[in-house]
Write a protein that binds this ligand. Structure first.
Ligand code: OAD
Length: 254
């Protein structure tokens, strides 16, 4: 058949795509856990040590900017000591070898997908290594600490910098682009996310409503929305993801 080298044949299912061209992968904190970054809701997770209301809302930033800067400075610093694990590397390999598109939509604010070599990465919750100026709306690479006195590298005004992070109550980034990518997916994988935070937690329902893509969850344990996935595999991402990627590349992911 005239399929490209690694496009994977799908079982003919009523209304479903016949081959896997477009792969969309939603990732969450679980994919970076084995690199040494804390998840949010597991035992000892970030939200057990810090209250969301204190560090991850616009109100918190208004009330106590110093605490919020410190929280994100600490997390930005922590990125310097971590590297991608085999799960990140396998997804980068998939993007390189698969003949269709492979897009990662990540809730993670770390840069481990990029470090592993993935290029099509959408950070819907922002990025620790970027800053934003509330004065001039500039968004720029940022690898140092920041505080209330740090001048904006674009407009040079102090007092307006904030981490380029989507806080609770704010709109996630790139939603129109994500909606369009989801609508064209033939395979949707969700990796290392608890399914607690919307709109990401709703992607699988959105995909199911279109009836086009196969949906697979790879996670340590069943997520909140596990019943909505066609297939699931449970275990550590660094083990599960490379083996699932191999099965896609061999045409056995069905
Ligand atoms: P959570 O901490 O809510 O969930 C992490 C998931 O990863 C859980 O289901 C764990 O079982 C699973 N997990 C842990 N270790 C794993 C491993 N080694 N391999 C595979 N899975 C593992 O993190 P997220 O779902 O990413 O948002 O959280 C979503 C959003 O909530 C975050 O982006 C953040 C947070 O509040 C904002 O800050 C806006």
């Amino acid at each position: 058949m005239a399929h490209e080298k690694s496009a994977v044949l799908l079982k003919a299912k009523l209304g479903k795509a016949m081959s896997i061209n477009n792969i969309v992968i939603l990732t969450g904190a679980g994919i970076s856990a084995e690199s040494g970054l804390s998840t949010f809701r597991d035992n000892d997770g970030l939200w057990e040590k810090h209250r969301v209301e204190d560090v991850a809302t616009p109100e918190a930033f208004k009330r106590d900017p110093e605490l919020v800067y410190r929280f994100y400075n600490m997390r930005r610093q922590a990125l310097k000591d971590v590297s991608p694990n085999p799960a990140h590397t396998a997804l980068a390999k998939l993007e390189k070898i698969h003949n269709g598109s492979v897009t990662i939509v990540t809730q993670n604010v770390d840069n481990l997908h990029e470090q592993a070599g993935s290029e099509a990465v959408i950070h819907m919750h922002g990025e620790l290594n970027k800053g934003r100026c509330t004065g001039c709306s500039g968004v720029f690479a940022w690898h140092l600490d920041m505080d209330e006195t740090t001048p904006c590298p674009t407009c040079e005004q102090s007092g307006g910098l904030r981490p380029h992070i989507v806080w609770f109550g704010e709109m996630p980034l790139f939603m129109a682009e994500i909606d369009s990518i989801l609508s064209e997916a033939d395979l949707f994988m969700s990796i290392g996310t608890s399914g607690n935070v919307y709109p990401a937690a709703d992607f699988v329902a959105q995909i199911n409503a279109l009836g086009r893509a196969k949906t697979v969850e790879l996670n340590l344990e069943p997520s909140e929305g596990n019943h909505m996935f066609e297939e699931s595999h449970f275990g550590p991402a660094a083990k599960l993801v490379p083996s699932y990627v191999e099965s896609i590349l061999k045409g056995e992911a069905l």
